[in-house]
Design a protein around this ligand. Structure first.
Ligand SMILES: *Cc1c(COP(=O)(O)O)cnc(C)c1O
Ligand code: SF4
Length: 339
């Protein structure tokens, strides 16, 4: 347990926290007392995919500990620049086939909107490392196109906001989009996939709670937390406020070697999420993206870990282990061979 002094930032304004993220490796090394001999390789990896860590996340990392599970998710390291067969720039191809229009319709009843290409944090394991696209927000014309598409496809009853991170967008812009969606009677559900409440929980501000609280839609927010140490009291308060606003809360995680691939950590994550009112939804096997091979966990050890989890936790605290396979419409559930 580390005792903490006052946080190193002085604002609760999420937009200031978002723009004030650490992006300079030298600064990170200094702030966290990291060994200087790892800096040159980090600078090389940072050149391919920039470092980005918001202050509230940095605050949860233990200085001087190179094995900190949060640090490992954001730290550029030498292994990223080593090629590895099978790990490619765009493992899912189709995932980014049509990002400019902002709309992906792969599953019959739900569409996914890429609301913003930007993120609050750069996770080293992410496929996005090869597409650090600028913050190309959807235009009004694109909003109109989305409306027309949804009106022409009454089989769609759920709109999923994704990214990047859809919550980097302002509350006003979200409100505009929600109005459009609410006016389409065939849409009953809104889902938001976001890592922001985990890395800058201050994002769940009164403006956002108003926008979400006043919607006729059934609302689901899917957070992305990989480790219980990412979650603190500010997160708990944010989740409590969302629940009070009538939002259902789920979590998805990525299975990461040396970070959360032990049943102990996954069990603690599920318990910690539930304490905040969040249920585990998906646990993703890593997409084989170039530069992330050192995070990979084999399907076999994942299955073993999941079997252990089934022995330890009630069913509602167990995430579904899934993998995305290029060209397949939908996530592939990994068989756990439980007897
Ligand atoms: C993951 C995903 C969804 C949502 O899938 P669920 O199984 O409903 O969680 C929808 N569209 C696309 C393109 C996806 O990748
Ligand atoms: S927040 Fe999500 S989309 Fe953004 S870098 Fe991390 S894993 Fe990738």
């Amino acid at each position: 347990m580390i005792t903490r002094t006052a946080p190193s930032w002085h604002t609760e304004d999420w937009q200031i926290l978002l723009s004030g993220s650490i992006r300079c490796p030298e600064t990170l090394w200094k702030r966290l007392n990291l060994p200087l001999d790892t800096l040159p390789a980090a600078l090389k990896a940072h050149h391919d995919f920039p470092l980005r860590v918001p202050e509230p996340y940095l605050d949860k990392i233990e200085p001087g500990n190179p094995d900190d599970p949060l640090l490992k998710q954001v730290l550029p390291v030498a292994q990223e620049t080593e090629p590895r067969p099978g790990f490619v720039a765009d493992p899912l191809g189709e995932r980014l086939a049509n990002p400019s229009s902002g709309l992906l319709h792969k599953y019959q009843s739900r569409v996914l909107l890429i609301l913003s290409g930007a993120c609050a944090i750069n996770c080293r394991y992410c496929f996005r490392r090869h597409f650090p696209y600028a913050d190309n927000r959807l235009s009004s014309q694109e909003f109109a196109d989305i409306q027309a598409y949804l009106e022409a496809h009454p089989e769609v009853n759920e709109v999923i906001l994704s990214g990047g991170d859809p919550l980097v967008v302002s509350n006003a812009r979200l409100a505009t989009l929600l109005k459009i969606i609410e006016n389409i009677p065939t849409i009953s559900r809104l889902r938001i996939h976001t890592r922001l409440p985990v890395v800058i929980p201050q994002r769940i501000d009164t403006g956002l709670l108003e926008v979400l609280g006043n919607s006729r839609l059934n609302r689901v927010l899917v957070t992305h937390s990989n480790h219980p140490q990412e979650l603190d009291e500010v997160f708990d308060q944010a989740m409590g406020a969302l629940r009070q606003a009538g939002v259902h809360l789920l979590n998805q995680a990525v299975l990461l070697n040396g970070i959360n691939d032990q049943a102990d950590v996954q069990a603690a994550l599920s318990e910690r999420l539930f304490q905040a009112g969040v249920l585990p939804y998906y646990l993703h096997l890593l997409d084989p993206v170039a530069g992330a091979h050192h995070f990979d966990v084999s399907e076999k050890s994942a299955q073993k870990m999941m079997a252990e989890l089934h022995r330890r936790l009630p069913g509602f605290l167990i995430p579904r282990l899934v993998r995305e396979i290029s060209g397949k419409s939908g996530k592939t559930l990994i068989d756990l061979h439980l007897s």
